[in-house]
Design a protein around this ligand. Structure first.
Ligand code: SAM
Length: 292
């Protein structure tokens, strides 16, 4: 535990209002100071990134010297995190499925609940299948699926910056995924065995968008018209033209959108429509098969 600062000056943490970076002489000082500001887990990640240490060094080698320059750099990162910026944007990486991805503020930070979409899609896939990932962002879903099976994947996004980043992730991880800039289906050719999408589904104007870490993420990745349902509607109703008979569509959706999404699947003629809940038991992924 970090001792409470209280009225007296802690030898390293000092008074909370003054710049304390000149006091941060070694790893232990830096870790204690960062923990007092942003908690243990984020401190570990920022120290690893800023100082090039490993997590175990933070615990086993606290007397390792830290230069003033490094301490100042760390202090800048801690202050960004304290202001609410997600740690993934600061360290420019995140883990999704089994892979480490490069992340910038041009793309949504892939969420653990999206792994349920990946897991569900894998049930319908086999080697050689064709997959379309609509709104790929960092490439997270396309890359996760490609890491499990030998697939022919086309991944799309409307946003060129997102496509550039997904290209870097795809090249870095060594997969062969075709990228297409497309407004949903507008530039898509051919048919697919499975279509997956985690489209924007937060209602435009939802106060959540300006609060918490969401305010750092691109609006194009988060928000959609028609109370958050417009993109889902386009993805679902457009899909039948691009799916093989018997092919599957899987979409992620908002916590309160299950009934409307299942009803859209039904209206679009899908069969075997089902929903999976996320780790918090919130309805999160709907899927179904195009009728033969
Ligand atoms: C919720 S993010 C999902 C990103 C990534 N697939 C993931 O799960 O982490 C939605 C993505 O859809 C893209 N998008 C938004 N509108 C689009 C459109 N009209 N056509 C294609 N992609 C779109 C955004 O740029 C963003 O990358």
């Amino acid at each position: 535990m970090i001792p409470a600062v209280g009225g007296a000056k802690h030898p390293v943490l000092g008074n909370s209002t003054e710049d304390q970076t000149h006091r941060l002489k070694n790893l232990g000082d830096c870790f204690a100071w960062a923990r007092s500001k942003i908690g243990r887990r984020d401190s570990e990640r920022l120290l690893e990134y800023a100082l090039g240490t490993t997590t175990s060094q933070l615990y086993t080698n606290p007397s390792l010297d830290v230069t003033t320059e490094s301490a100042k750099y760390l202090s800048g990162l801690v202050s960004r995190r304290s202001s609410g910026e997600p740690v993934e944007y600061i360290i420019e990486e995140c883990y999704f499925w089994t892979q480490k991805l490069q992340i910038t503020s041009d793309v949504l930070i892939p969420r653990p609940e999206t792994e349920i979409l990946v897991e569900s899609a894998l049930q319908f896939l086999k080697d050689g299948d064709r997959v379309l990932d609509l709104g790929t962002g960092s490439g997270a879903i396309a890359l996760a699926l490609s890491s499990e099976l030998n697939l022919k994947v086309v991944a799309t996004d409307i946003d060129l910056n997102a496509l550039n980043l997904s290209r870097e992730n795809i090249d870095q991880l060594g997969f062969d995924i075709e990228l297409v800039q497309s407004d949903w289906y507008s530039s898509i050719k051919g048919v697919f065995d499975v279509i997956v999408s985690n489209p924007p589904y937060v209602a435009i104007g939802d106060p959540l968008l300006t609060k918490s870490g969401l305010r750092y993420e691109p609006l194009v990745a988060l928000a959609s018209d028609k109370n958050g349902l417009e993109a889902l509607e386009t993805v679902i109703f457009g899909s039948t033209k691009y799916l093989e008979d018997g092919g599957s569509l899987l979409v992620e959706h908002g916590f309160n959108q299950r009934d409307q999404v299942m009803s859209m699947f039904n209206t679009a003629g899908f069969l075997n429509i089902s929903c999976r809940n996320d780790f918090s038991d919130v309805p999160r992924v709907v899927f179904g098969q195009k009728g033969e």
